[in-house]
Design a protein around this ligand. Structure first.
Ligand code: GMT
Length: 375
């Protein structure tokens, strides 16, 4: 198949999944074309069957907001024409589903037009798509897609409810590359971050308010009062400054390490003992899955898509949003019980592999592509 992929090229989960999907599809012999304003975050090197098409949006004094959506739609149509795309798979509805619709209009009358598949990732629906100013255009463009997928049942249900959709939504879960995300990586050196006998606790996110990074600090403060520990914070975003201030305010500066954005989190995750993701909203929680795959139990939140990723009391704990006391209590009890912690770690790697290994999920995407192509 010849597949075009559009995503945000930045460090967020939707861009990461789109990139990993493209890499794996190319490895299976499909021809993959990335169309975006920058080279996707995890697409560092040249790979067979993979091409990247940059979208350029010329600045002009009259344009207060350079019209990226228009140049993206034009580039989608151009790539589709030049390479005979079978599928144009866009990740994150806003604005990509609308651009894909427009691209298809541009191809109207051509002998071949690609089928449009939109994958919903979460905040495109739960936050942005339900904002009144985006609501109608999002509803229209996802309805106009030939295929619609969501990364969890939770998100599929949420989308149907918010947009009152009748169209089918295929659930295709997120995945991880089992050759990179695995426990006991030899490259991982816990001693770089924590002293002998200290627990290493990790959080990875884009530090947006929805991730509740202040809760991460709160939970860690409570844990470190009872168990010697270090906290590793990976990622950057609008709440980074607030989080740093909180760390200093609580006098935790010598226990918290900020690593910024890292393209190879798999080099650090396997030496962690516990992962914290106390998000307010999470359609799936790719960061949690990558931690589990590396054998790290996760503390997450109830009432979010994390319930489809974490097995409560088996490879992590699911607790109410904002209940940092219960989260810390669960963490402390696990860290103080090495045998139970070892069982949780084993189950984290085993269960996540069984459900979300890349070979399984890439095949799910391939069969969805076939279904959409066959109408
Ligand atoms: O909002 C973010 O955290 C980033 C966002 C994205 O689209 O880049 O993440 C969403 O998509 C990820 C990949 O499918 C999911 O794992 C995240 O759960 C989801 N984020 C939220 O729902 C908050």
């Amino acid at each position: 198949m010849v597949i075009g992929i559009t995503c945000y090229p930045s460090a967020g989960g939707s861009g990461i999944i789109a990139t990993e999907l493209g890499i794996q599809l190319a490895a299976r012999g499909h021809q993959v074309h990335f169309i975006s304003y920058a080279m996707p975050f995890r697409l560092a090197e040249f790979k067979t069957n993979l091409m990247y098409h940059a979208v350029e949006t010329t600045a002009y004094p009259l344009f207060k907001y350079p019209p990226y959506t228009l140049t993206l739609a034009a580039k989608m149509a151009e790539v589709s024409r030049n390479f005979n795309l079978d599928i144009l798979h866009v990740h994150y509805a806003i604005p990509h589903a609308a651009c894909a619709f427009l691209a298809k209009q541009l191809l109207n009358g051509d002998a071949k037009q690609p089928k449009i598949i939109t994958t919903l990732h979460g905040t495109d629906i739960t936050l942005v798509g339900s904002d009144p100013s985006y609501y109608e255009i999002t509803r229209f463009s996802i309805n106009a897609s030939d295929g619609l997928s969501a990364v969890s049942k939770y998100l599929a249900n949420e989308t149907k409810e918010v947009f009152k959709l009748e169209q089918d939504i295929r659930v295709v879960y997120n995945f991880f590359d089992e050759n990179r995300f695995k426990p006991h990586s030899k490259q991982c050196m816990k001693s770089e971050f924590a002293a002998e006998g200290e627990a290493l606790i990790t959080h990875v996110s884009n530090f947006r308010p929805v991730k509740r990074t202040l809760d991460v600090i709160d939970i860690f403060e409570k844990i470190s009062a009872e168990v010697p520990a270090k906290l590793l914070l990976i990622g950057e975003g609008p709440d980074t400054i607030l989080t740093r201030r909180q760390v200093n305010k609580k006098g935790l500066g010598d226990k918290v390490i900020f690593l910024g954005n890292q393209s190879r989190v798999e080099a650090v995750l396997p030496c962690s003992d516990l992962f914290l993701l106390p998000s307010e909203e999470e359609s799936f929680g790719l960061a949690a899955l990558e931690a589990l795959a590396c054998g790290v139990p996760v503390i997450g939140t109830q009432g979010t898509g994390l319930v489809e990723v974490i097995d409560d009391y088996k490879n992590g704990f699911l607790l109410p949003v904002g209940d940092t006391t219960s989260m810390a209590r669960a963490a402390i009890s696990l860290l103080k019980d090495p045998l139970r912690l070892a069982d949780f770690k084993k189950d984290a790697a085993r269960i996540s592999y069984d459900r979300f290994n890349s070979q399984k999920i890439i095949s799910d995407y391939e069969s969805y592509y076939e279904d959409v192509l066959n109408g």
